[in-house]
Design a protein around this ligand. Sequence first.
Ligand SMILES: Cc1ncc(COP(=O)(O)O)c(C=O)c1O
Length: 400
Amino acid sequence: MTSAVDPRSIARDRAELWPLDRGVIFLNHGSFGACPAEVLEAQHAWQREMERNPVEFLGRRSGALLRDARERLAAFVGARAEDLVFMSNATSAVNTVARSLALGPGDEVLTTDQEYGACDAAWEHACRARGATYRRARIPLPFAAAEAAGRLLAAATPRTRAIYLSHITSTTGLILPVGEVCRRARELGILTVVDGAHAPGHVPLDLDALGSDFYAGNCHKWMCAPKGAGFLHARPEHHAELEALVVSWGYCAEVEGHSGFDAYTGSTVLERRHQWQGTRDVSAFLAVPAAIEFQRRHGWEEVRRRCHALAAETRDRVGALTGLGPICADGDFGQMAAIALPPCDPEALRAALFERFRIEVPVTSHDGRQFVRAAFQGYNTRADADALLAALAALLPQRG
Ligand SMILES: Cc1ncc(COP(=O)(O)O)c(C=O)c1O
């Protein structure tokens, strides 16, 4: 095992540790993550191993290998490995739940007005197909964390079957009080589906303690795993109701009484239905332990703390430039700050930041307002924040 590394060196060593383009100031870890070179190498090593004998690897070894990787992930997110299954991304995990819940005409799924567009669409689609309603409760800005759970729960009706909400919101970077929502929803007999696309590796997780019925997560964002590594967590009483998006060999055990493919289809209903979806590259899943090890070795708690401080400082510096206040308290966001901007064309500003200043950063919109969503990861330094400040000073209209 390699010795611990000074967390500050992770940014200084950016060029060696991350394959990111040196000519770009990368402040958008939030969209698709970024994977360190050594984690990519671990993935490639799994791919080479697969190609030595694809039949042995996929047909006879992948089930046990995936189980080992899932155990490492389970320890990281505070869950039992039996309640987890790898999925390619959080979108797939949310779709799996949305399409599986036994919703009927008149039922309702309650959500917030801050959800990620693709997953909103998944729920709209699933609800429409079953004659159910998908309804959004407003979570106003500035964000009042103490009131958010109460606001959402107050919008529930006797027809509310499930509450779907993000752990960390996409356009506004807010950490929502998911623990309180899950606890209060359970008291009301309402299922909870948490979209944790941004949470693993960003905020500490203890999924067993959180108590959500379903939790969709990504490893390829803040855990820095290779692209295509996500997961679904479900409490044991829900495993049998979850239908796979792709029906494959694992279903034969149910429809034909097959039992011959356990090596790769698995031995639990969750594994059998969701793990084998035809021939596919599982190397991103198998590299998740390497991503966990990378962060452990580089003292990621300290990296996270430094990134949060940089995000908060950057928000304050942009605020001094624009005269606009923060949208939430410091404890309500992590490494990704949505910083209020004066009214602007978000796509034009994003394009100008990239084309004129080589800064990769999203400009988001919510509720008629615009934000620059600056994400700070281990490879970022204050110089990146300085560059963003200078670019915004040049591009935004002058005050007064
Ligand atoms: C809240 C939220 N949910 C889901 C997703 C989708 O993640 P993926 O593309 O990995 O499925 C995102 C992506 O940014 C997100 O912000």
